[in-house]
Design a protein around this ligand. Structure first.
Ligand code: HGY
Ligand code: MN
Ligand code: MN
Ligand code: MN
Length: 411
């Protein structure tokens, strides 16, 4: 029985308002970790947290927490919700923000409904979940879970050369609290699915039981700059051609395998980047994912073997830098079952599923029981301004979050 009702207008209004914070000159939503746009989003979130009467705390890696110090022992481990408000480049408005604003709405609705929790409630916005400017992704929650030292995280160098720690200082979000200062009793993340499954199969709610493994690498291929017109094809050491061979190798291999392996080359740069110069250097990223750890290792080994052979066949030198590596995760069975029960009670079609995307929940699952609630993504589109989820689904997901949190906070 819920003691509070999600205020749909408030939640949807905040999603749209925050969705307009951090638009660049081309109107694209770009709120990269540590940027001025990130600061603007954080400032707005902190104001909403205070408006809800929450204590706002920030830790040294910039993770933000709104805490309702209620309950028998206000210092007891809270039931925590959360996600992230940093975005990719040219993002949609739902990725991450649905979980942060959904969690804030749940606390506000429960307070307004007169709910008397036995333990505190909290909502978190983790720093640099997307990893676009600073690798690895899910950085703030990874530090919270003890998977990366806060010193190393603060020292990370962005794609633009800026140091994360200095950026957090500059935007006023280098907090005082030690990461992990707020150990959750349980953690729940509401998130848009970012894939096609729920919509295609006609489900309103996804109870996320597992999350696939992720491998991020940066590959640098060094050949030799030379004249595009005078150099015979047989004498070239063309870094661009070598890089192109890797793109087709990975794509053909992933397509040919009848496994869930996915491979993406999202960034690529040639140097000197001139129309009539054979590229001397190609730098690109590789994102490999698979729900099965052994298979993911096989894919990494196959790529390494291919790069080895390519060095000889193309006469280039190849180096690889590991940017992130996370094993597949299984979420807390009891929480997954609570999500399914809440959906059934509300008459919402719910299916258990795995997450293709990485999420902060996978890191928090290392230190507390954690699970995720998915709501459908129209057309399965995400990391794209066309990302969209029907209002009714957002409210349904937040209502399930409220139901499960009400039970957990009564324990
Ligand atoms: O890459 C991911 O899956 C997440 O969006 N950071
Ligand atoms: Mn996300
Ligand atoms: Mn994302
Ligand atoms: Mn995520």
């Amino acid at each position: 029985m819920s003691v509070g009702v999600v205020n749909a207008a408030r939640l949807l209004g905040r999603l749209r308002t925050l969705g307009d914070v951090g638009r660049d000159g081309q109107g694209r939503l770009v709120r990269l970790a540590g940027s001025d746009a990130d600061k603007a989003g954080r400032d707005l979130l902190a104001a909403w947290m205070r408006e809800a009467g929450l204590e706002v705390a920030v830790d040294r890696i910039g993770n933000m927490f709104g805490v309702w110090r209620a309950g028998v022992d206000p210092k007891a481990p809270p039931v925590m919700m959360g996600s992230h408000i940093d975005t990719v480049i040219d993002a949609g408005i739902y990725d991450g923000c649905t979980g942060v604003l959904g969690g804030l709405e749940v606390i506000q609705a429960l307070k307004e409904g007169g709910f008397a929790p036995r333990r505190p409630l909290a909502v978190a916005a983790f720093t640099n979940e997307e990893g676009v400017r600073y690798a690895p992704d899910m950085m703030g929650s990874l530090v919270t879970a003890g998977g990366l030292s806060v010193e190393d995280a603060l020292a990370s160098v962005g794609t633009d050369g800026a140091i994360l720690g200095a950026e957090l200082e500059r935007i006023g979000y280098a907090g005082a609290e030690e990461p992990g200062f707020l150990k959750p009793h349980a953690y729940l993340e509401l998130h848009v699915e970012q894939g096609p499954v729920l919509e295609r199969e006609g489900f309103s709610i996804g109870a996320v039981a597992t999350l696939q493994g992720i491998s991020w690498q940066r590959v640098t291929i060094v050949g030799e700059a030379n004249h595009a017109g005078t150099t015979p094809m047989s004498l070239r050491r063309d870094a661009g051609v070598a890089a192109a061979r890797v793109v087709t190798f990975l794509s053909d291999r992933a397509r040919a395998s009848n496994t869930p392996t996915v491979a993406t080359i999202g960034c690529m740069r040639f140097e000197p980047d001139a129309i009539n110069v054979i590229p001397s250097r190609a730098t690109f990223t590789v994102d490999l994912r698979d729900p099965d750890e052994a298979r993911l290792q096989e894919e990494e080994a196959a790529l390494a073997g291919y790069l080895d052979k390519l060095q000889d066949s193309e006469g280039v030198a190849i180096s690889v830098e590991r940017l992130a590596r996370f094993q597949p995760v299984t979420f807390d069975y009891r929480l997954v079952a609570m999500i399914e029960t809440a959906a059934r009670t509300r008459g919402l079609a719910c299916r258990r599923m795995t997450s293709g995307a990485g999420h902060d929940a996978q890191m928090i699952a290392r230190v507390a029981p954690a699970a995720m609630i998915f709501v459908p993504s129209l057309g399965g589109i995400s990391h794209n301004p066309r990302e969209n989820t029907p209002d009714a689904d957002i409210i349904a997901g937040a209502s399930i979050l409220l139901d499960v949190v009400t039970s957990l906070a009564s324990e």
